[in-house]
Write a protein that binds this ligand. Sequence first.
Ligand SMILES: NC(=O)c1ccc[n+]([C@@H]2O[C@H](COP(=O)([O-])OP(=O)(O)OC[C@H]3O[C@@H](n4cnc5c(N)ncnc54)[C@H](OP(=O)(O)O)[C@@H]3O)[C@@H](O)[C@H]2O)c1
Length: 290
Amino acid sequence: MRIVITGAEGQLGVELVPALTPLGEVIGTTIADLDITDPDCVNRLAALAPDWVVHAAAVTDVDGCEREPTRAMTVNAEGTRRVAEGCRCVGAGLLYLSTDYVFDGRKGISYTESDAPVPLNVYGRSKLEGERATRSLAPRWIIIRTAWLYGTHGRNFVKTILGKVRDGERLRVVDDQVGSPTYARDLADAVALLLSRGLTGLYHVTNSDSCSWYDFAREILRLSGSDPSALGRMTSAELSRSARRPAYAVLENAAWQAAGLPPLRPWPEALAAMLAALRSKPQMDANEHE
Ligand SMILES: NC(=O)c1ccc[n+]([C@@H]2O[C@H](COP(=O)([O-])OP(=O)(O)OC[C@H]3O[C@@H](n4cnc5c(N)ncnc54)[C@H](OP(=O)(O)O)[C@@H]3O)[C@@H](O)[C@H]2O)c1
C-alpha cells in the first residue's frame, strides 16, 4: 500500500509516519512540497499515485480561525476539497482528520457518530465542510473525529502548561469544558489499525474517559512532579477567547467499538506515556511551547 500523508510535520503527522510505515510505502508531505491551497496540488497529489491519503494538514489554531475565517475555509474546507479531488483522480481512499468541535456541546452526554453536527465556531464549520468534501468526492473514505490532541512534537496544551510552570507563572485553567484528551501517538496507531483492517466510514477516536481542562492540567502537574494545589480554576467566560467552545464534547467511540476494535487507553495513562517520551527527547525546543 502506498500512503501519502499531508501535514506530515504537524504533531499528528510526525507520529503517523512511523505508525504507517509497516503498512507499506509512506510519503510524508508538508506545506513546502504539497500546499493544499495551491490549485495544482490536485495534480501533484494524483502524480504520487497513492492508494490512501491520510489528510492531517489543517489550520488548527481555533481562535486564529475565528479572527481569519477566510484562511480557515481556504485551508480546511477548500484545501480538503482539493485533496479529495486528487484522490478521485486516481481512485485513492481518503482518511480525513476531523474534530469534536463540529458539535455544540449542548447534548449533555457523549456524542456518537449518528449525532448531527452543529459547530459553534469557524474552525468547527471549516472542518465540517472538509468532512462534506471527503464524503462527496473521495471514492473511499474514513473520517476520524478526535479531540484535545497533544504529542511530544509541536505546540499543545500539555507543553503550554509545562512551560508556564517552568516560568513560574500562576496558573488558572477553565473547568467548564469537558472532553477527552488524546495522545497523537495513540491516534496514529488507531489510523494504522483502521487502514490495516480495510475499514471505511465515520469513527470517533479518542483516548478513553473524559475530564475538564482543569482536571487535565492538574494531572499534568501531578505527573510532572509539580504541586497541583497551586492551580486555580476559571470559567470560559472569564477567559473570553475569540472562539466559543463546546461545553461538553465527549466523543463516544461507538463505531470503533462496533467494529470490534480495542478501546484506546484511558487519557491519564496516555498522558503519562507522553510525558515519559518527552523526558527522553534529547532537548525540548524552547519554541515548542506557547
Ligand atoms: N490539535 C487538536 O487539538 C485537534 C483536535 C481535533 C482534531 N484535530 C485535527 O487533527 C489533524 C492534525 O492536527 P495537529 O494537531 O497535528 O495539527 P498541527 O500540529 O497544527 O499540524 C497541521 C499541519 O498542517 C500544515 N498545514 C497548514 N496549512 C497547510 C497547507 N496549506 N498545506 C499543507 N499543509 C498545511 C501545518 O504546517 P505549518 O505548521 O507550516 O503551518 C502543520 O504541519 C488536523 O486535521 C486537525 O484539524 C486536531
